[in-house]
Design a protein. Structure first.
Length: 314
């Protein structure tokens, strides 16, 4: 899933060609991330027909992307992190390397990808909420109203799909959203000191001492379908690595406010991809919930968020 920049200012000096390239890269990044949930489901299978262990999918994809990151950092001569950057890198890793992949992978074993796409549709708004709390900003009442409305919608949708009750998988999905949001915020704080590409690479590299042994421990011991390995290859190369490069480069070229708007397409694309890839069904009620969630996210992103109050000097 793409990160949500905490910056609220566009880049006024963006040229027309850079804006176009940035938008195209942003769309490419969103398309890559939109395939993440269906491909994770394809890799792990369902509870009735399991394939790769969700833990192996989560840790193994981080290992593949981490090894590629080692090569990238060496080839570009990237500097080593220093001081407080290590702490922020560790916090980012906890969210986007461990929390989101593992919790979402476990969840889609028990709910379909269309269901997961709707619930995770509040991710941009959740990221904005965590950013406001961490940065001690002062969001407007409209912002908080949108945040509560988004939460109510996804809980209502999950209860409807669960025939009146929430499933454990819904708790996993909401936990995954919180983890990813926290990881995106800490990663965004690092992007002021190093390029976003270097941030995600260092996050993956410092995770290798943990992800590598866990991936080996959870590796498959029985044959799985080739389609499961195809799903694993996708989330390793695109969801965990190349997608971040396209997304962050698009934001840099085209401006955050312009390019980030295409993010509202992601849940719709995830649902559409799940139909041919997984044979899932997209019903009208689910589509209505998805539209409502994305409308709330779109409105929430346009609500004013004030800067922290300055402390009075004695």
């Amino acid at each position: 899933m793409p990160g949500f920049s905490t910056s609220t200012s566009a880049i006024p000096t963006t040229s027309a060609s850079d804006a176009t390239r940035g938008l195209l890269l942003g769309v490419a990044g969103v398309v890559m991330f939109a395939l993440s949930i269906p491909m994770t489901r394809l890799a792990g299978g369902s509870a009735a027909a399991p394939q790769l262990d969700p833990a192996f999918v989560a840790f193994g994809r981080a290992v593949v992307a981490g090894l590629l990151s080692v090569a990238y950092l060496a080839a570009t001569g990237a500097r080593r992190p220093r001081g407080a950057e290590w702490r922020l890198l560790a916090m980012t890793a906890g969210g986007v390397v461990f929390g989101w992949p593992l919790l979402s992978g476990l969840a889609v074993r028990h709910v379909d990808a269309v269901h997961a796409a709707v619930v995770s549709g509040v991710l941009p708004l959740a990221t904005a909420v965590i950013a406001a709390l961490v940065l001690r900003q002062r969001p407007s009442r409209g912002f908080w109203a949108c945040a509560l409305a988004g939460l109510a919608l996804v809980v209502g949708f999950a209860a409807w799909r669960g025939a009146g009750g929430l499933e454990a998988a819904d708790g996993l999905l909401l936990g995954a959203v919180v983890c990813a949001s926290a990881g995106y915020v800490s990663g965004a704080r690092l992007s002021g000191a190093m390029s976003a590409e270097q941030v995600i690479c260092w996050v993956l590299v410092i995770s290798l001492p943990v992800t590598l042994p866990l991936a080996l421990w959870t590796r498959p011991t029985a044959p799985v379908a080739p389609s499961a390995w195809a799903g694993f290859a996708y989330v390793s190369l695109f969801s965990m690595w190349i997608g971040f490069f396209a997304w962050y480069r698009g934001l840099a070229l085209g401006g955050t406010l312009r390019v980030s708007q295409v993010q509202v397409l992601q849940p719709f694309l995830s649902m559409l991809f799940a139909v041919p890839l997984l044979g899932e069904r997209l019903d009208a009620t689910t589509l209505v919930f998805a539209v409502a969630v994305l409308a709330v996210v779109w409105l929430g992103k346009r609500q004013p968020v004030g800067q922290p109050k300055k402390e009075a000097r004695p």
